[in-house]
Design a protein around this ligand. Structure first.
Ligand SMILES: Nc1ncnc2c1ncn2[C@@H]1O[C@H](COP(=O)(O)OP(=O)(O)O)[C@@H](O)[C@H]1O
Ligand SMILES: CC(=O)OP(=O)(O)O
Ligand SMILES: [Mg+2]
Length: 399
């Protein structure tokens, strides 16, 4: 890697975002001044074949960026932003990364073993390649730091909980924050006066009650396992089930972890974790797929009802992420026949395929129902850039 040529700091306007998942690396490069998305890509199946680890994945990403005309040695690069999943109680704001921050994130890996180690590898490789650049971690948990203590506490012995860091942290916060703001823009109401139930339905899935732009409750807890039923994760189960699996099922701690995180959810119920396949099979009459879809949608519906009660007044329910943005069937089933709650989905609007934020409720629906594509990378770029370089353009300026 050649030495970056020196440009005056004030003129550097590019932000690179790295989202290192457990088995993938997503990257996007933005020009924060013009709002242009300059390059993006995805390196998948890390650890399974030709891509041995995250270090190699980042090399591939760097080659792809260079081929697109933007090397990692790009002198216009102002900042690298990293998605970081678990920030514990320590990291509640975008954070400039140094050795001490990385060490603290490594300690938090016990709370997010699927996610934090991958984040850290991405960070270390990027720091080795560009030690001259500010690098910023943007935490999934940060947005939920405003949750009232009653929402963050489990009703277990306080001393035990405090000793082991057992509390509800919540995840997907970058997405929930972005979508809550974009929903207020769509409604044309000030964020501070808008109450929204955000449903982030992707591989992982979570619901958040957002009051005036602040998270007041969320469905994921100490780890990204609580709450909604997901592709391979169970979401809520009676904790007694875990005891039964150990005592009567003879399962080890790792075995239970593997069952609940990797062999449950849609995969456990119907043998597939992709909602496209589940929906197709359910429509073709497959009973297991139908049941899986019903479990998924009933759980979403229960959280919507719960968060309407938490918020008192709700202006909008917003669907986002892979399933939420694309599955009309999940949206329709989850919110079917709720006129008593003031929710009425318009079947024709719901069927429209689009990548734009849009309303899918009837004109009479008291609570608006919206589909709002999320953009975690853009939100990370904005937060990283404003921490490193000052105010970034607003998201609606960036395409
Ligand atoms: N047209 C579609 N209909 C239903 N589900 C879809 C569709 N397109 C994508 N999905 C679902 O979206 C999921 C991925 O969501 P995404 O938000 O990209 O996840 P992540 O960012 O967590 O990897 C896939 O598992 C797939 O089930
Ligand atoms: C926190 C979490 O569940 O993230 P993902 O949906 O990317 O797995
Ligand atoms: Mg995601």
């Amino acid at each position: 890697m050649s030495e970056p040529t020196t440009a005056p700091a004030a003129e550097k306007t590019r932000a690179l975002v790295l989202n290192s998942g457990s088995s993938s690396l997503k990257y996007q490069l933005f020009d924060m001044r013009t709002g242009e998305r300059l390059a993006q890509g995805l390196v998948e199946r890390i650890g399974e074949g030709p891509v041995a680890d995250h270090a190699q994945a980042l090399e591939i990403a760097a080659e792809e960026l260079a081929a697109a005309g933007y090397g990692l040695d790009d002198p216009e690069l102002a900042v690298i932003g990293h998605r970081a999943v678990h920030g514990g109680t320590r990291f509640t704001e975008p954070t400039l990364i140094d050795d001490e921050v990385v060490a603290e994130m490594a300690k938090l890996a016990t709370l997010a073993p699927l996610h934090n180690p991958a984040n850290i590898t991405g960070i270390e490789v990027a720091r080795a390649l560009r030690p001259d650049l500010p690098q910023v971690a943007v935490f999934d948990t940060a947005f939920h730091a405003t949750m009232p203590e009653a929402a963050a506490r489990y009703a277990i012995d306080t001393a035990t909980a405090d000793r082991l860091g057992i509390r509800r942290y919540g995840f997907h916060g970058t997405s929930h924050a972005y979508v809550a703001r974009a929903t207020a823009e769509l409604l044309g109401t000030p964020l501070a006066e808008t109450n929204t139930v955000v449903l982030h339905l992707g591989n992982g899935a979570s619901a958040t009650a957002v009051r005036g732009g602040r998270s007041v409750d969320t469905s994921m807890g100490m780890t990204p396992l609580e709450g909604l039923a997901m592709g391979t994760r169970s979401g809520d189960v009676d904790p007694g089930v875990l005891l039964h699996l150990a005592r009567t099922g003879g399962m080890s701690t790792d075995g239970i972890d593997e069952l609940l995180n990797h062999r449950s959810g849609m995969l456990g119920l119907a043998g597939a974790n992709d909602m496209r396949e589940i929906t197709r099979r359910a429509e073709a009459g497959d009973a297991a797929a139908r049941l899986a879809l019903d479990v998924y949608c009933l759980r979403v519906r229960k959280y919507v009802g719960a968060y309407m009660a938490v918020l008192g007044r709700v202006d909008a329910v917003a669907f986002t992420a892979g399933v939420g943005e694309n599955s009309a069937a999940v949206r329709a089933t989850s919110l079917a026949e709720l006129p008593s709650l003031g929710i009425e989905v318009d079947p024709e609007l719901n069927a429209v395929r689009s990548t734009a934020p849009r309303l899918i409720s009837t004109a009479a629906s008291r609570v608006k129902v919206a589909v709002v594509p999320t953009d975690e990378e853009l939100e990370i770029a904005r937060q990283a850039y404003s921490l490193a370089r000052g105010p970034a353009p607003s998201p609606s300026d960036i395409r």
